[in-house]
Ligand binder design. Structure first.
Ligand code: B12
Length: 496
């Protein structure tokens, strides 16, 4: 009996379901038969599910949940109702157990399992536990002791009229060096590259940073687990054979720890991959050195996206960031010195944000002069984060002055809900707009300027550019589109 892994992410431009590619390889290595049903490109999701389930029998269906929503204030596209519909359609056509997992799922596993249905959920990485879950279910054995497993308690435990209570087991972390070689053959990576413009690879898991709002430590754990650099390089080579030569790291921060980042770069250089592949990384602004920048460039890295959040020291402290504005200026100097294209990513509207902190941040960005600045306005609240706990203590109610989006009946933060400093409220958009003015280097959601739309969800400028052959990180594609347009303008002015 086979396992069917289902990609439920339909967001465009499409990003390949890396987690499913890894999981399928692990199931296969464990001697289990596995297939993938990719709903990303399915014009009719219901029909695609029905057809596949009519054609074959499966012992278990594993659904990946990458994004709960687009996590973007100006979008607030909520994906879980569609996921719930998919689970219902599957239920109607098979008795096989349904398991939910994935990074989006792991941000709030209990709430998602309760809302969408499904028999089991698995928090965190799936390569070690999913094969064991499949085997035990096939043999009719007990599974409730499996690490990371999430499941509804029997109705008697929650009382018949109260909502279903969920239980989550403590996780266990396997040795990533024990994973099979990731050949990247279970997903149509070539198609994702054609239509999505980039591939992805992972060099480690986990994030130990103390940022008060972030979902990464919640979904991936604080403990950092490293992949052997040789395994990473082999995977990059496997993608290259499929023609996928523009990649993005899928770590939380590539340079934490810095020594591992360097070891991965050395491995890529040693195998001659640095000249054959172009890749982008998410990095923390500290630690960052000239030496690392040089290694990045030699290894084929053509752009770094630094999650800096703010340029104001008080805000950085309140957000739990372990660096200050002087560090941002220094990291920017290093990138300029080493000729590295880079972006500073801001998260505006957090606790204590005011007109003054915003003005200082934008001024600092102008001084640092990164290639581009990405602005996310409004902080998506995720459960189990220090920020969510603080809001809970203050009272998660509709009259909480900092809450926007869906508040009532949404204490689990399942539907998009955002924090914006009460000193600004929704006025923050106008304030930021004024501060940024006509400076094209700043990306954020202004409907009159589609080239600066920083939500990748259904981003038409991006989709069009990818169709025209642009490849790479989305911020860098948007940057190049702007520059091309600028050149066009200058050209026509000259011609006139
Ligand atoms: C890199 C990255 C990007 C890159 C992707 C580059 C690429 N080529 O892949 C870019 C910049 C394009 C991007 C875009 C977006 N991203 Co992003 N991204 C990430 C990041 C850092 C890595 C994702 C990843 O591939 N991880 C590696 C894989 C291997 O891990 P995994 O998917 O979790 O899979 C493992 C487990 O979850 C589990 N598993 C997975 N599926 C299943 C299924 C079953 C049944 C089981 C049992 C287990 C299981 O096993 C897998 C292997 O261990 C994550 C944060 C993170 N640290 O993971 C954010 C993250 C996923 N992104 C996020 C968001 C919001 C977005 C955007 C929606 C932003 C936007 N509005 O534009 C878009 C969505 C794009 C799309 N089309 O889907 C959020 C999602 C939060 C949420 N609540 O939904 C995250 C969590 C970041 C955050 N902290 O907020 N992203």
């Amino acid at each position: 009996m086979k396992v069917l892994l289902v990609n439920t992410n339909q967001m465009q431009p499409p990003i390949a379901p890396l987690g499913l590619d890894y999981l399928a390889e692990a199931l296969h290595a464990a001697g289990l038969a596995v297939e993938v049903l990719d709903l990303c490109f399915a014009p009719d999701v219901g029909a695609a599910i029905r057809q596949r389930l009519a054609a074959d029998n499966y012992s278990l269906l594993g659904l990946t949940v990458r994004n709960t929503d687009d996590c973007y204030f100006a979008g607030q596209d909520f994906f879980l109702p569609r996921l719930r519909q998919m689970v219902q359609t599957i239920r109607a056509h098979t008795d096989a157990p349904i398991v939910l997992g994935g990074v989006g799922f792991s941000v709030m596993p209990e709430a998602i399992l309760a809302y969408c249905g499904g028999d089991w959920g698995l928090w965190g990485e799936g390569e070690f536990v999913l094969p064991e879950l499949v085997r035990r279910l096939q043999r009719g054995e007990e599974v409730t002791d499996l690490p990371g497993l999430v499941y509804p308690l029997p109705a008697s435990a929650s009382g018949s009229s109260s909502p279903t209570l969920m239980h989550r087991n403590a996780p266990a972390f396997g040795d990533l060096a024990a994973l099979p070689p990731m050949r990247r053959r279970w997903v149509d990576n070539a198609r994702y590259f054609r239509e999505g413009g980039q591939g992805g690879f992972e060099t480690k898991r986990g994030c130990d940073q103390p940022c008060i709002y972030c979902a990464d430590p919640v979904a991936k754990a604080r403990r950092i687990r490293l992949r052997p650099p040789a395994a990473v390089a082999e995977e990059v080579a496997a993608l290259l054979t499929q023609g996928v030569d523009h990649l993005h790291t899928c770590d939380s921060e590539f340079n934490l720890p810095e020594a591992h980042a360097r070891a991965v770069c050395e491995e890529l250089v040693g195998r001659g991959l640095g000249e054959r592949v172009r890749w982008y990384a998410y990095c923390a602004p500290v630690p960052f050195s000239d030496e690392l920048a040089r290694w990045l460039r030699r290894a084929g890295c053509v752009g770094v996206d630094f999650g800096v959040d703010s340029g104001d020291d008080e805000m950085l402290q309140r957000l739990g960031r372990p660096f200050r504005s002087a560090d941002l200026l220094e990291t920017a100097r290093i990138c300029h010195r080493q000729g590295l294209t880079f972006m500073y990513d801001l998260l505006l509207g957090g606790p204590g944000e005011t007109r003054e902190t915003l003005a200082r941040t934008i001024a600092l960005m102008r001084r640092a002069a990164p290639s581009r600045v990405g602005l996310s306005i409004g902080v998506r609240l995720y459960p189990y984060t220090p920020l969510a706990r603080r809001v809970e203590q203050e009272g998660f109610t509709a009259d909480h002055p900092a809450l926007f989006g869906k508040v009532e009946g949404n204490e689990t933060c399942l539907a998009p809900v955002f924090y914006i400093s009460p000193a600004l409220g929704e006025e923050i958009f106008a304030v930021v707009g004024e501060l940024v003015g006509d400076d094209e280097r700043f990306f954020f959601a202004d409907p009159t300027k589609p080239e600066q739309n920083y939500n990748y969800n259904a981003n038409e400028v991006l989709q069009k550019a990818i169709r025209r052959g642009y490849r790479g990180a989305y911020w860098d594609i948007l940057r190049r589109v702007q520059e091309e347009r600028g050149r066009g303008k200058r050209c026509s002015v000259n011609q006139v």
